[in-house]
Every structure is written in structure tokens, then in C-alpha cells.
Write a protein that binds this ligand. Structure first.
Ligand SMILES: O=C[C@H](O)[C@@H](O)CC(=O)C(=O)O
Ligand SMILES: [Zn+2]
Length: 278
């Protein structure tokens, strides 16, 4: 099953109450044991998925009603980040082992993708983003040491963090997809602050490594029309092209970010001055 979320405009966003904001943008349950979950956003046709294999392998579905394709990757590409225990992904017969926080890019044209966990009791949790693709790029695995590390923020501003870029202009090649994760230092709680928009790309955040009893207040909307959502561990949030996407947690945490759209330029962001936010 795949759930479709239509694209939204800033004008309707202004009128949404809390429930409508959550229904439109929050993906409350990404990781379900023994299942594949999927949300298809009409913002740049990004799909966000969770795959948690237990005692048997799970296949990448086709979602025929949305993609009208014979196989998922017929006109798509995807990036996988494992946020659980050790598991593996088999792509047309070739098996890649993924430890926690390791990444796999699978390009257009691959027909069979299967996921499995080493231990059913302590399963792998594969977080996946997929967007349309028109050219085949090689399947590439990346470990943490392969990632491009960008250190940002400071303890004084409670936003000291490290960005790990996996699929990006200078790393694993893709058509549209840009993907990696960010980890906040202990005592730092603000991500992506000062915030930005990028009308050229939509973005999805998947929060993880957040203690179960803690939350992130995630901010979205046009910079002068912001709203917030309360987000728990292993929940994702869709950010339209016109929206800021930033959060403040009641503890430190990590989040996977993933983008698709007009370009893949990570630094192509329109930064917003803090004192201009409303
Ligand atoms: O467009 C880039 C994305 O919003 C994130 O990569 C930003 C981020 O991880 C951070 O500042 O902490
Ligand atoms: Zn961004």
C-alpha cells in the first residue's frame, strides 16, 4: 500500500489547523515490523518508505497504481539508509550488507530489490527515499567514512552538528536525489538554524536517535508564516519547496534529510535572517 499526499500551496497552508498540518505533512509511522510502508508526495514526486524485515526477506513493491511501471525502479532511483541493526539489500542478485547508518544508492533500471535482517529480534530498519530518474547510475554502497562531513553550528547557539552527505554532487551520483543525515552534539538541539528555503527542491526529514519520551518541535511554512508540529522518534515530515524545515528538540537527535527537484546543489539555499522570521 502506498499513501498519496497531494502537493500544497502556501495559501492553503496558512489556513490549516494542527490536525490538517499533521495529516498533510507528518508521516507518523515509517517503521513497521515485517512491513513496507510508503508515502508518495506530489511535491517533486518523492516517495518516503520504511522497510523492516524480520524472519523473511521483503521485496520492494511496484505500487502499480501510482507508477504505472512494471517494476519500481523502471523510471525511478532510490537511496537507502539503515537506522536499525545489521541487514542486507539484494539488487538483481548482488547482495550489499548495510550496518547502522550505512547507505546504498540503487539506480534506475534495477528490477529486483530485496531486504533482509540478520536478526529477526533486532531487525534492520531501512529508510528509503525515491524520486523520478531518467538515466542509470551505478549501485553504490557508502559507509560512514565515505560520507562527506560538514561541521556546522556551535554549542553557544545550541546547534553544533555534523552533516554526513552520501548522495550528493561530490559523492554518490544520482539523477535528482540528494541524501544524507545530520547528528546533533549532546546539548545541541536546533537543526537547520538559521533556517532556509529552496524553491528548487522539496525535502523530507526523518528524525531518529531521539529518546522515546522526547520530542522535536519542527518548524515549517513560509519564513514569515511559520507553524510547528511536534514530532517523535522515527517520524518523517514532508517539506514543500516554499517551506522552511528546521527543528528544536528536547534532547539531541539525528535526522535523515533527502531532497529532489530542479538541481542537486546542496548549498543552493535561501537563508533566512533570524529576526525576520514570523
Ligand atoms: O538543504 C539542506 C537540508 O535542509 C539539511 O541538510 C540541513 C541540515 O541538515 C542542517 O542544517 O542541520
Ligand atoms: Zn533544506
Amino acid at each position: 500500500m502506498i499513501q498519496t499526499r497531494f502537493a500544497t500551496s502556501p495559501n492553503e497552508f496558512k489556513t490549516f489547523d494542527t490536525k490538517q498540518i499533521r495529516e498533510q505533512y507528518l508521516i507518523p509511522e515509517v517503521m513497521k515490523k515485517g512491513e513496507v510502508t510508503a508515502v508518495y508526495s506530489l511535491h517533486d514526486r518523492m516517495i518516503a518508505m520504511g522497510v523492516v524485515p524480520t524472519n523473511k526477506a521483503l521485496q520492494l513493491p511496484v505500487f502499480e497504481e501510482m507508477t504505472k511501471a512494471d517494476f519500481f525502479l523502471e523510471r525511478r532511483e532510490l537511496g537507502i539508509l539503515n537506522v536499525g541493526a545489521k541487514g542486507s539489500v539484494t539488487v538483481d542478485g548482488e547482495t550489499f550488507t548495510l550496518e547502522n547508518k550505512e547507505c546504498l544508492y540503487v539506480g534506475k533500471g534495477k528490477k529486483k530489490v530485496a531486504f533482509s535482517s540478520d536478526s529477526a529480534d533486532n531487525p534492520a530498519e531501512f529508510y528509503i527515499n525515491s524520486c523520478p530518474a531518467h538515466k542509470e547510475y551505478p549501485t553504490v554502497k557508502a559507509t560512514l567514512s565515505d560520507a562527506n562531513k560538514v561541521e556546522l553550528g556551535s554549542p553557544d547557539n545550541c546547534n553544533e552538528r555534523v552533516i554526513y552527505q552520501f548522495i550528493h554532487e561530490g559523492g554518490i551520483q544520482s539523477c535528482q536525489l540528494v541524501m544524507g543525515f545530520t547528528t546533533l552534539s549532546k546539548g545541541s538541539i536546533w537543526n537547520t538554524f538559521p533556517p532556509h528555503t529552496h524553491l528548487r527542491r522539496m525535502e523530507v526529514y526523518f528524525y531518529f536517535e531521539l529518546p522515546e519520551d522526547q520530542i522535536v518541535m519542527h518548524f515549517m511554512g513560509e519564513p514569515q508564516q511559520t507553524r510547528h508540529l511536534s514530532i517523535s522518534n522515527k517520524q518523517a515530515v514532508i517539506s514543500p519547496e516554499w517551506s522552511i524545515h528546521a527543528g528544536a528538540g528536547t534532547s539531541n537527535y539525528s535526522f535523515i534529510w533527502s531532497m529532489a527537484g530542479e538541481n542537486k546543489a546542496f548549498t543552493d539555499m535561501d537563508g533566512q535572517a533570524l529576526n525576520q522570521l514570523r
